[in-house]
Design a protein around this ligand. Sequence first.
Ligand code: AMP
Length: 278
Amino acid sequence: MEVVRTITELREHVRNWREKDESVGLVPTMGGLHAGHLSLVEHSRRHANRTITTLFVNPSQFAPHEDFATYPRKEQADHDILAAAGNDLLFAPNVSEIYPDGHSTRVDIQGLSQILEGEFRPNFFTGVATVVTKLLLQALPDVAVFGEKDYQQLCVIKTMARDLDIPVQIIGAKTIREEDGLAMSSRNQYLSVEERKIAPVLYQVMAQVAQNVRGGEQPASQRTWAEAELTKAGFGAVDYVAVRDAQTLDPVRDASRPARVLAAAYIGRTRLIDNVAV
Ligand code: AMP
């Protein structure tokens, strides 16, 4: 597996593949790879002849008080995992390759970027959409794979690709979980032993909310119940527990259309997000 750090080298590989009529899949990541990321690589390999995984801790999606400096960076380990998984190319650019001096364009998705995660992380989706637009235009893949783990992000990226006429199929991949239900995440490494024991309660509570809503409970009543359960288990601030339309993320009153439970909550200083289908 080759590693490239410049857009020129990336495009050269893609051009060579295109000349042989090979299709291309893209898997954007920030590294700290786990089985969830590898499932995206598997999806890409099923849909395309060649897979490019990108490794870039994107500064523009972190707020000043967030964990950009301490985010897990393990390029050698990530490299070995990807090579073993049959990934064809690793694109690991430096920050100056993606944001050279004078870079001033931002991709902003109105509405969808401002709710839920966007309410608590105001510039997050602009940072994500900007970097993903750039990666898609740099590689021009046939397919790009994103995890349902970041469900709102997947919705934002689908909307952005559609609105900007980017010729790519966006594929969503199911959330990969630990045996006890905790969604795999690079940030789980921040949890202490005690916190790690509490963490799966987030998934359990959300699964219960989904079941309650399916059984006819009002979505609005569930937030209070879920928040109390999380607090009882040892969670700190609960940013949101919401039941939303699975496509638009608009609030829903019942389970008559496909819906999604989405939540974000702190354990100690670590913020976990997760979602489940109703
Ligand atoms: P990240 O490196 O956290 O930015 O994630 C890169 C991609 O992997 C995103 O599309 C995530 O949604 C996806 N991803 C992260 N965790 C999981 C998981 N547990 N299961 C499936 N996909 C995931």
